[in-house]
Ligand binder design. Structure first.
Ligand code: AMP
Ligand code: GLY
Length: 439
C-alpha cells in the first residue's frame, strides 16, 4: 500500500487526485487543502483543512499519516520550502525544493540565470532596483514597446503589457515607478505571438513532456477584459497546437532540458517535480515568458486526464531519478477545458453563492475554488468549477464541454469561445500574419 499526500485544493489538484485515483497500485490518498474541495475530499482517505503554506502542519500531517510520496500542487508551499521540509522528514516530493522552485518565484533571478548560461528563448530584458529608476525609465524608451513585471510571485496578475493593460509608454513608465517602490522590476520587449504551455515531469536529469496546451488569460470572450489565472484551455490531438510546427515544439523542449541541467549546475540542487514552460511563439521563434514549478491551472485539467501511464509510477520515478526507465504516454486526443467563474469575476465576484452541477455526460468535472458545507457547494470569489471535454477532434471536445456547462446552476459565467473553431482559426491566422510579415 502506497500512501500519497496531495497538497492543494484547487482544480489542478482535483485533476491530480483524479489521475492518482486511476492508478493500478494499491494506494491511499491524503490531502491538505485550505478549504474543503468536494472533488478531492471524495477521492481521499483523510484530509486536513489547513493553510497549504504552513510547512510545519503539513509535515506533521504527512508524518502522522505515514506518507510515502508527497505531490505538491501550488507554488506557495514550494516557495515556502515544503519539499525541503518533507525531505528532512524523510518524505520525497513531486515538487522542487526552494532553491530550484526559484525558477518560478523570482523572475529576475530566472532571466539572469538563463542569460548566464546562454539558454535560448530570452527576450530583450533588463532588471532594475529602486535606486535605478532613471535608467529603468530610459530603458522603456529604448525598447519602445514593453512588458513590465514585478520580480516576485504575483499569481499571473502583476505583469502589465503595453497595448494591453498599459495604454501607452507613459503608463508603462508610471507602472515601473510604482513597482520600483516595492520590488525589483523586470522590463522586457513586448513579444508578439501566440502563447503555449508545455509541462514536463522532471526527475533531476530526465524530462518527460506532455502535449502543448494553450490557456486563455483574459476574463471575457474575444480575449477582452482583465487578466485572470486562466479561463480555459485546449490541446489538439498529438503534441502540437494548430499554429505550431514540430520545430517549435522541439525548440521549447530543448530550452526546458537546458534549464533543468543548468539549474542543477547553478544551485547544486536537482529539479524534481513538474516544470511548466510558458512560451510565446513569435515570428522569430519560441520565447520564454516564464517557468512555473508546478502544473498549470487550468492546463493540468487538459493533460492529466490524457495520461495513460500510471501517475504513481511516474511519481516514484520522479523522486528516484528513474524517469528514463518508464514510458510516459498521453492519449492521442484533443481536449477543451472551460472554467465557470462566479458572476462578476475577477473584479467583483459573487461570493458564498450556492452552485449545482448536473449530469456531466461525457465530460469531466473538476472543482476548484469552492467549498462544501452541509452537502452544498459554494463559490469563493475565484474560479469555481471546470468542465473538460475529451474527444478525437477539438470540435467534439468543445461540444462536450459546452453540454456540461449547460448543466451548471448558480450565478456563474464562462468564456464560451474557448476551443471553438472560430477562436482557434483566429490564432492560426494571427500566427500566419506574423510569420508572413517577417519573411
Ligand atoms: P506571467 O505572470 O509572467 O505569466 O505573465 C502574464 C501574461 O503577461 C502572460 O500570459 C503574457 O500574456 C504576458 N506577458 C508576459 N511577458 C510578456 C512579454 N515579454 N511580452 C508580451 N507579453 C508578455
Ligand atoms: N494557467 C496559468 C498558470 O497556471 O500559471
Amino acid at each position: 500500500m502506497i500512501k500519497i499526500l496531495l497538497v492543494g485544493g484547487g482544480g489542478r489538484e482535483h485533476a491530480i487526485a483524479h489521475a492518482i485515483s486511476r492508478s493500478e497500485h494499491a494506494h491511499q490518498l491524503f490531502a491538505v487543502m485550505s478549504k474543503k474541495n468536494p472533488g478531492i475530499a471524495g477521492l481521499c482517505e483523510d484530509f486536513l483543512l489547513n493553510a497549504e503554506n504552513d510547512i510545519e502542519k503539513v509535515t506533521e500531517f504527512a508524518l502522522r499519516t505515514g506518507i510515502d510520496i508527497a505531490v505538491i500542487g501550488p507554488e506557495g508551499p514550494l516557495a515556502a520550502g515544503l519539499a525541503d521540509a518533507l525531505d528532512r522528514a524523510g518524505i520525497p516530493s513531486v515538487g522542487p525544493k526552494r532553491a530550484v522552485a526559484k525558477l518560478e518565484f523570482d523572475k529576475a533571478w530566472t532571466r539572469s540565470f538563463m542569460q548566464k548560461y546562454g539558454i535560448d528563448g530570452l527576450p530583450l530584458f533588463k532588471i532594475f532596483n529602486r535606486d535605478q529608476e532613471d535608467a529603468a525609465l530610459k530603458y522603456v524608451d529604448e525598447l519602445g514597446d514593453v512588458a513590465v513585471k514585478p520580480a516576485g510571485l504575483t499569481g499571473g496578475k502583476g505583469v502589465k503589457v503595453m497595448g494591453d493593460q498599459l495604454p501607452d509608454r507613459d503608463a508603462a513608465k508610471a507602472y515601473v515607478s510604482e513597482l520600483l517602490a516595492q520590488d525589483v522590476v523586470v522590463i522586457e520587449e513586448n513579444l508578439k505571438g501566440e502563447e503555449v504551455t508545455i509541462h514536463a515531469f522532471v526527475d533531476g536529469s530526465h524530462l518527460a513532456f506532455a502535449p502543448s496546451v494553450q490557456d486563455h488569460k483574459r476574463a471575457y470572450e474575444g480575449d477582452l477584459g482583465p487578466n485572470t489565472g486562466g479561463m480555459g484551455s485546449y490541446n489538439d490531438v498529438g503534441h502540437l497546437l494548430p499554429f505550431m510546427n514540430e520545430g517549435d515544439y522541439e525548440a521549447a523542449k530543448q530550452i526546458m532540458k537546458d534549464v533543468v541541467a543548468r539549474v542543477r549546475e547553478e544551485t547544486g540542487e536537482e529539479y524534481r517535480g513538474i516544470l511548466y514552460g510558458q512560451f510565446i511563439l513569435t515570428a522569430k521563434g519560441i520565447r520564454v515568458i516564464e517557468f512555473n514549478a508546478r502544473f498549470g491551472d487550468p492546463e493540468a485539467m487538459n493533460v492529466l486526464p490524457l495520461l495513460e501511464t500510471d501517475l504513481i509510477d511516474i511519481a516514484r520515478a520522479v523522486t528516484e531519478g528513474t524517469l528514463d526507465a518508464i514510458d510516459v504516454r498521453f492519449a492521442y486526443k484533443a481536449s477543451v477545458c472551460k472554467y465557470a467563474v462566479p458572476a462578476g469575476y475577477p473584479e467583483n465576484p459573487t461570493k458564498d453563492a450556492p452552485i449545482q452541477v448536473g449530469d456531466m455526460g461525457d465530460a469531466l468535472l473538476f472543482y476548484s475554488s469552492v467549498y462544501e458545507k452541509d452537502g452544498v457547494v459554494y463559490t469563493t470569489g475565484s474560479r469555481a468549477v471546470a468542465v473538460v471535454g475529451i474527444a478525437d477532434t477539438l470540435q467534439e471536445a468543445e461540444q462536450i464541454a459546452e453540454q456540461a456547462l449547460n448543466t451548471l446552476e448558480g450565478p456563474l459565467e464562462c468564456r464560451h469561445d474557448i476551443g471553438t473553431q472560430a477562436l482557434i482559426q483566429k490564432r492560426v491566422d494571427h500566427m500566419k500574419s506574423l510569420r508572413d510579415k517577417n519573411k
